[in-house]
Design a protein around this ligand. Structure first.
Ligand code: GLU
Length: 511
């Protein structure tokens, strides 16, 4: 491997939420830097002023931190100073640098001013279409003489700045795909700086384009490896041409394959959650998501191992095993990993994370918080193994929180169970025992009652248990009574707004 110190970057545009594709790019860059003792930079690509928003920058920084990906160099934040010697790390703060470089390219004759108007370019394109020629810029302004250029500039005629593409193929090395080559004519003379509408003269008046600023920044920031999504492959030859125009060394590239949904269409909201903050809100653990993202296009050397902590990934990740074939986002696998990490996570941590999904459902008395905490942890011990992610908990644990008696009666399966004479008999027997009892119903007492009812009525098995379970929980299946009853009775006693066993049976039988 190259002995030069590795420098990589994650360069998100703060124009929306970070989706899994971008997060994987960040992770692979981070892992590559950590594995090789290199440097990982964060650069905010916010030159698209209309679409960039500060809240997306804040969110993406929060997402990276949540995933556990820290950066060695990056922009200043509200309470964190800029890190690194190659700043600023926000492109909107680097406009003077781009302008200076544009001057240099113009002075060296590597770029030229293009005065073509939008209408002229459109007409050129239409003609190319009509003549079945590739729709590329004719290079009309390439050969303007100095006098014309000076006259146009003096008259305030708006211009774009275009790069002169030399007539040779543009080639780059991709660590995932090998050598990639584009013919020069497929690139034509790309715009580096858009024409400033309104015709303000001068080079810096127009907005520099992505391909240009990304190259200037990558070069000035000493980036050795550009690891990013393969949607940028077609941009790369233009960037290579820009490196060459400046005489800068071209970095290595690694273009990561597209992430598809199960239907092999590009992963989108249609397939479910796609942004990191979505997954976080749904109660996925960051270690599960990191593990899953690592597997989206990379695999362990042994071809088998699928569970990796970030630390383990740091020791095993390598770009050589990144595959060029598209990765299919498999929600079941992510869920499997999340269940794996939920099992490993400390109960107090899971309780802290899970609490927000219950906060609205529980009336917390504010007294005896230790008892509430311990109750909540036992509730989670019962239900967390039954969920894929934490926001499914309230629905899973609905039995504990009480239920709509009318809906429980109306439910078809329940109705079939409850229609039997035996069901009425069992519930009548249960209700009379509850009425004669004071204090909590423990699993022992409950078991004794069930045995008594069985002996007194001869009703047993499903016919005995299902009506009771429906009356207690609204459904005929669910966790064992031994575990459920103490949660219900204790929750009711703690004043959490949970109906007691007595209230449930009496209420149900009363309808
Ligand atoms: N800002 C670009 C993006 O978010 C960065 C692409 C690159 O890594 O060069 O797609």
């Amino acid at each position: 491997m190259n002995t030069q110190k590795i420098r990589v970057r994650f360069a998100p545009s703060p124009t929306g939420l970070v989706h899994v594709g971008n997060a994987r790019t960040a992770l692979y860059n981070w892992l590559f830097a950590r594995r090789t003792g290199g440097t990982f930079l964060l650069r905010i690509e916010d030159t698209d002023l209309e679409r960039s928003e500060a809240r997306y920058e804040t969110q993406l920084i929060e997402d990276l931190r949540w995933l556990g990906l820290d950066w060695d160099e990056g922009p200043a934040e509200a309470s964190v100073p800029e890190k690194g010697a190659c700043g600023p790390y926000r492109q909107s703060e680097r406009l003077a640098i781009y302008a200076e470089h544009t001057e240099r390219l113009l002075a060296e004759g590597k770029a030229y001013r293009c005065f073509c108007t939008a209408e002229e370019l459109e007409a050129e394109r239409a003609q190319a279409v009509a003549e079945h020629r590739p729709q590329i810029y004719s290079g009309r302004c390439r050969t303007l003489d100095t006098a014309t250029i000076e006259r146009n500039v003096a008259a305030g005629k708006p211009f774009a700045v275009r790069l002169k593409i030399e007539d040779h193929p543009l080639r780059f090395h991709d660590l995932v795909r090998g050598t990639v080559e584009f013919a020069a004519e497929t690139v034509s003379d790309p715009i580096l700086v858009r024409s400033a509408s309104g015709g303000a003269g001068g080079v810096s008046a127009g907005v520099p384009v992505y391909n240009y600023v990304v190259t200037v920044d990558d070069a000035l920031m000493g980036i050795t490896h550009v690891i990013r999504g393969d949607d940028h492959i077609s941009n790369t030859p233009k960037q290579v041409a820009i490196y060459q125009a400046f005489g800068w060394p071209v970095p290595e590239f690694a273009h990561l394959s597209t992430i598809l949904g199960a239907d092999r269409e590009r992963l989108s909201k249609r397939h479910g959650a796609t942004s990191i903050s979505n997954f976080r809100e749904m109660g996925y653990l960051p270690e599960a998501l990191v593990n899953y993202l690592a597997l989206l296009g990379w695999g362990a050397e042994d071809g088998k191992t699928e569970t990796f902590t970030l630390e383990e990934l740091t020791r095993t990740f390598s770009l050589e095993r990144v595959t060029p074939s598209p990765a299919i986002f498999d929600f079941d696998k992510l869920n499997w990993l999340n269940r794996h990490y939920l099992k490993l996570a400390a109960p107090e941590r899971v309780a802290d994370l899970a609490w927000e999904y219950f906060a609205e459902r529980l009336t917390v008395p504010g007294t005896d918080t230790a008892a509430v905490k311990s109750w909540f942890e036992r509730l989670l011990a019962l239900f967390v193994p039954a969920v894929d992610h934490l926001n499914q908990l309230p629905a899973k644990a609905a039995a504990v929180f009480g239920f709509d008696i009318n809906a429980a009666h109306a439910n078809e399966e329940n109705a079939a169970v409850l229609a039997a004479d035996s069901a009425r008999t069992v519930l009548g027997e249960m209700a009379s025992r509850i009425r004669a009892h004071s204090g909590r119903v423990t699993p022992e007492i409950f078991k004794a009652w069930m045995n008594e009812i069985k002996a007194a009525t001869g009703i047993k098995g499903k016919e005995l248990f299902h009506p009771v379970r429906i009356a207690l929980t609204g459904a005929h299946s669910g966790p064992e009574f031994d575990k459920l009853l103490p949660l219900i009775e204790e929750g009711a006693a703690l004043g959490l707004g949970i109906p007691s066993v007595r209230e449930r049976i009496e209420g149900f039988v009363g309808v």
